[in-house]
Design a protein around this ligand. Sequence first.
Ligand code: SF4
Ligand code: SF4
Length: 444
Amino acid sequence: MENNLLNAVKEAGIVGAGGAGFPTHVKLNAKAEYIVVNGAECEPLLRVDQQLMAYKTKEILSALDIIVKETGAKKGIIALKEKYKKAIENLNTNINQFQNLEIFKLGNFYPAGDEQITVYEVLKRIVPEGGIPLGVDVIVINVETLLNVYNALNGTPVTDKYLTVTGEVRNPVTVKVPIGISVKEAIDLAGGPAISDYAVIDGGPMMGKIISDINQPVTKTTKGLIVLSKEHTLIQSKEKSIATMLKLARTACCHCSQCTEVCPRNLLGHKIHPDKLMRTASYGSTCSDSSTLTEAFLCCECGLCEQACIMGLQPWKLNRFIKSQLGEKGIKNDNSRKPIDTNPFRDYRRFPVKKLVARLGIEKYDVDAPLPLKEGTKNEYKTIKMNSRQHIGAAAEPTVKVGDIVIKGQLILDVPDNKLGAKIHSSIDGTVKEIQQDYILINK
Ligand code: SF4
Ligand code: SF4
């Protein structure tokens, strides 16, 4: 019989709240020696996880304790940055109530929250190339996901999302919103845009993507919305096409290897050399027999190589392009080495977040989170749009029909048992207005 934890997590439709949306009931259906909570929140400007650890401390610790017991883990370790003083204080006050939980303080470098980097920092275990933390007996879980597990065990499914709205807005805020409200409505909760000609990044400044339509809905994986002028260098660099970037690379790449020197996956001991991939793309040769295009599969797209490149080139964009091209041809990652040791200079090449913030030109937005965390809004939303794909795997299928009356927390989209995916519940009381292949609209 399926255990209570997995069943509750599955029924609540929990997915990794900080990344690609991997279904949590699948991730937790394993045994591991350690559960590591990824509380690094290393993307500048985002303030969700650090505030949840500070103000939902007991809930997060209780959920972690249950997961540790259910997975047979030896220990649960919350990895968070040393600078998150309030979160550390509150965790330390409560952690003694739990036997096998502890905290680990991370330095303020990027990308401390890349799960392979977090695992190495905490346990000195190197995840093999192309592998996942379970390969070294570790499950990594996101902070907000833990809060969702706590709620699920108390019978509440995922209907809301915490997100930071910042940048060129009147009052930056970290707030809980119903999933399915529009990006525009979420930005209005921060007082609206402070400028007229703006672009919005979904996620952090480093890995976030530009939102093409502000009417699109907030989903289970929305973590932050950053409003910036369309002229901002960060927006310009994200919008640069791969063709333009490669054209520049042909004349500007001086083969300095700085991109490879800072690459966190290379420093971990993985065989990835962004400088060589840039050479391949520019000249059709790596000048090396030992480098192949499939190295691109080892790139986590953290974007640090761009910040190290004095020419402003974007090896990460090339890697993303190579991965999609190889994928279309059915070519898979063939790198699976298990490094025994990291690069000996790794400790000296960590990229400080302060330097990163300065390079990105976002110092003025790098402010402390307003406290306390805003638990929801008084706004009544007339319509919500629930995307049927808010997770990795198959799209969820409607369990309701047009005209049905639904209540908050009611299942509206489900995934067949034999497919990977996560259930989706209504985030408001209302009536089903429209059903399309990609979404369901619900009117208040
Ligand atoms: S850092 Fe820039 S210029 Fe140097 S090798 Fe990498 S892409 Fe080329
Ligand atoms: S984005 Fe750049 S720095 Fe980050 S893993 Fe990929 S190649 Fe390395």
